[in-house]
Ligand binder design. Structure first.
Ligand code: NI
Length: 158
């Protein structure tokens, strides 16, 4: 089922999500729906709160295969790179954001197994973007204060 995407300033996007306990049938169904939604909307990543579910789950595919992250935690960060970034919750908006170049992330997979993996460049960027969503942070929170305030004002007017 393709789910509706919540767009900024929907409150669910700025609230910290709840960690997932057991990966049960309901969680798996939510993951399947998120994956379907990710591909239907041609996104690179999608966090559960973007579809209104305040749970710590993100699905990512940057064109190299699907990865499901449950309770992701970025344990290492290295370097910094600036690149234009978009988000399904901010249709039409692209902003340059600094992110780590390399990361290490610990998470639970769809089978409930604990995993750890390294990522760099675009994948690292998208994982950081989704991990931010799950903390109730959007791309706006990564901008310098004045740019952020100006952009927030513009977005509220729309
Ligand atoms: Ni996003």
């Amino acid at each position: 089922m393709i789910l509706d995407i919540k767009t900024y300033p929907d409150k669910v996007l700025t609230k910290k999500t709840k960690p997932v306990g057991e990966v049960d049938a309901a969680i798996k169904k939510l993951i399947d729906d998120m994956v379907e939604t990710l591909y239907a909307k041609r996104g690179a990543g999608l966090a559960a709160n973007q579809v209104g579910e305040s749970k710590r789950i993100a699905v990512i595919d940057i064109g190299e295969g699907l990865v499901v992250f449950i309770n992701p935690k970025i344990s290492k960060k290295k370097g910094s790179a600036i690149m234009a970034e978009g988000c399904l919750s901010f249709p039409g908006l692209e902003i340059e954001i600094a992110r780590p170049e390399k990361i290490e992330v610990e998470y639970t997979d769809r089978r409930g197994q604990i995993q750890k993996r390294k990522a760099s460049d675009l994948l690292a960027r998208v994982i950081c973007h989704e991990a931010d969503h799950l903390k109730g942070k959007t791309m706006l929170d990564r901008l310098p204060l004045l740019t952020r305030l100006k952009l927030k004002r513009q977005l509220r007017k729309k």
